[in-house]
Design a protein around this ligand. Structure first.
Ligand code: ADP
Ligand code: MG
Length: 608
């Protein structure tokens, strides 16, 4: 229920439409009621009873309105004949039906901006949240499942909850109006209706709960399915290369089939509610006809036959809204399962955020300092990934991190732009803890080039100018030239306007990397983080990229993680890491003289 109210909050931004929708629905119900009450004079006319009425004082009771209408009709018949009266009544019924349906359409017309608006807002909110969440969130969750929540779950909410939003408000209104009319027509007979309807409703409602459980499982399975598809699309090259098609196929088939089974159960449960409620409705109807018929047949004729038939006509019209309501209820249950899955994203803690009054920082002036820093990915465990790191990088200096894979180099670098926060100790820039700076200011100081170039399916130009709104063609070109990228870009079909494909798969690794470097050059940050920027490249493109990197590093403060030691021999300080700790540090020559781990690493590469 809480999730439902939470969704309704999104509707609040569309108050105007909601009011219009409700007004139109009220009008539609009123006209529908009028068209149904027309049955009584119609029958009276056929059975020649209309003339028997007297004029009575007009007031708000149904009886008085009907009596007056009959009086008017009696006069009309006397003056114009029965056939004309029939034409009149038929015309009135058509007009009533027309108005009823016109307002019904208008109600839906005003509903569609609410439905679609809420879904858009929800999708925006989730996307914004994904952009805000810390990186650590995404290592814990499956990508495909997150995608499922942002797509199919939002869709599900549109289908089941938004669809029923109107029903939930309209049908009770219809029922109340109709029931009131019934009570006014025959209080005795209405008593049965009041006892019987809730009993029938309760039975149908029970299905809803079990529907919701199945739906949660179904959506989770859909998430798994999307995960598999996503991984397959990303790994097709390996799947084909390792002849793993049948393995992938079997895995996909299994998940897909489990999904099918869940959905089969879901639909069967959902579809049960309709026939069940139709049957319950028929039973109730027969009971009402039985008792109503007795009232008519009684010697004092407590109910007139025509009024009885009008009563039945109106009553039969209560069943569809009651059914629609119970169906909507079970749909909402199904949709709420999706709402809860989305809420789990929306409620996830943003552990890395600006403090209340963050410091601004435009320039980097003195130094970066890691002070007694420790960090673990899995909180509470004993596995420190970084332990007691102390490191100072003065402005303009180049500090290199070396060490075996898994020794914590990337982690150390990731802490600087606050992708993660340390568990102990702190990082200072110009003497202030980086947690005190505004995050966007802090990240503006840094340019990052990683081993895997992160490119987007867009033009070369937009990939280089990424995140900058005011980059000119000259700026982008100048950056590309420094990055040794201009020449090959000009050879592409549309130059800078060429689309580079998913993650830049229309380019070679070295080309992709030079685009990433051009991006960093254009941003022109004072601090550079280079994480094995050349390690995925062949020697030829490594030379080009290395050359671009040297130009990029000029006059900047650089934290460079190198897999090839030859590229960092001139670093101001080399830090050797092992299992999250700094075990050796110094200049190239000094470290060689030390004859320790660095010397061993160096020798391994020298003879390789
Ligand atoms: P390096 O860059 O030196 O190869 P990393 O900093 O990437 O090393 O990794 C250091 C350790 O932290 C490794 O043992 C790795 O398994 C672990 N690790 C890295 N990233 C994550 C993560 N997102 N979640 C959990 N553990 C991680
Ligand atoms: Mg690494």
């Amino acid at each position: 229920m809480k999730s439902y109210l939470r969704l309704l909050r999104y509707v609040l931004s569309y108050k105007r439409y909601a009011v219009l929708n409700i007004s139109c629905n009220i009008l539609s119900v009123i006209f529908s009621l009028f068209s149904l009450t027309m049955v009584a004079p119609f029958l009276n006319l056929l059975f020649s009873q209309a003339t028997a009425y007297e004029k009575v004082p007009l007031n708000f009771s149904v009886k008085s309105v009907l009596a007056n209408f009959n009086y008017f009709l009696g006069n009309y018949i006397q003056e114009n004949g029965k056939i004309n009266a029939l034409i009149l009544i038929s015309g009135l019924i058509i007009i009533m039906f027309f108005l009823k349906n016109l307002f019904r359409y208008l109600a839906m017309y005003f509903m569609s901006p609410i439905r679609n608006g809420v879904v858009r807002d929800l999708r925006n909110t989730v996307y914004d949240k994904v952009l805000q969440l810390p990186l650590s969130y995404f290592t814990e969750e499956r990508k495909g499942d997150l995608m499922a929540r942002m797509t199919t779950d939002v869709q599900e909410i549109e289908w089941s909850i938004m669809q029923s939003l109107e029903v939930i408000f309209r049908e009770p209104l219809t029922m109340i109006l109709f029931l009131t009319t019934l009570v006014l027509m025959s209080p005795q007979l209405s008593l049965f209706v009041f006892v019987l309807l809730p009993v029938a409703g309760l039975l149908v409602g029970r299905i809803g709960k079990s529907l919701r459980r199945t739906s949660t499982k179904g959506q989770a399975k859909m998430g798994q399915l999307l995960s598999t598809i996503e991984e397959t699309l990303g790994g097709l090259r390996i799947i084909k290369g390792f002849n793993a098609e049948s393995f992938s196929r079997a895995k996909f088939r299994q998940t897909n089939d489990e999904y099918r089974k869940l959905m089969k159960r879901l639909y069967r449960k959902r579809d049960l509610s309709a026939p069940l409620s139709v049957f319950m409705g028929a039973v109730v109807l027969v009971i009402v006809i039985y008792f109503g018929g007795q009232l008519v047949l009684r010697s004092d004729q407590a109910l007139e036959p025509s009024a009885f038939i009008a009563f039945i006509a109106i009553f039969s019209q209560i069943i569809p809204p009651a059914r629609a309501f119970s169906e909507a209820y079970s749909n909402v249950q199904k949709g709420l399962a999706s709402a809860e899955r989305i809420n789990r994203i929306l409620d996830a803690g943003i552990t890395i955020s600006d403090k209340e009054h963050p410091l601004q920082i435009q320039d980097f002036n003195h130094d970066i300092e890691y002070r007694d820093l420790s960090f673990a990915y899995h909180k509470g465990g004993s596995g420190w990934v970084l332990k007691d790191i102390n490191l100072k990088i003065g402005k303009g200096m180049t500090v290199a991190l070396v060490g075996q894979s898994g020794s914590g180099k990337t982690t150390l670098a990731d802490l600087l732009p606050r992708f993660y926060d340390p568990d102990a100790g702190e990082i200072l820039i110009d003497g202030e803890n980086i947690r005190d700076y505004r995050i966007s200011d802090l990240r503006k100081l840094m340019g990052i080039v990683t081993q895997e170039s992160i490119l987007f399916n867009d033009t070369v130009f937009n990939n280089i100018a990424f995140g900058l709104t005011n980059a000119t063609a000259e700026d982008v070109e100048a950056a590309a030239k420094i990055a040794n990228a201009h020449d090959f870009i000009m050879q592409m079909p549309q130059g800078y306007q060429t689309n580079i494909g998913d993650r830049g798969n229309k380019m070679s690794g070295g080309q992709r990397q030079r685009i990433s470097i051009a991006r960093a050059i254009l941003k022109n940050p004072p601090i550079l983080i280079l994480d094995e920027a050349t390690s995925a490249l062949d020697t030829e493109s490594e030379r080009l990229v290395q050359d671009a990197l040297v130009k990029l590093m000029k006059n900047r403060t650089t934290l460079v993680i190198a897999h090839r030691l030859s590229t960092i021999q001139h670093a101001d300080e080399i830090i050797v890491m092992q299992k999250g700790e700094i075990i050796e540090r110094g200049k190239h020559a000094g470290l060689l003289a030390l004859d320790g781990v660095y010397k061993k690493l160096f020798d391994l590469q020298a003879f390789a």
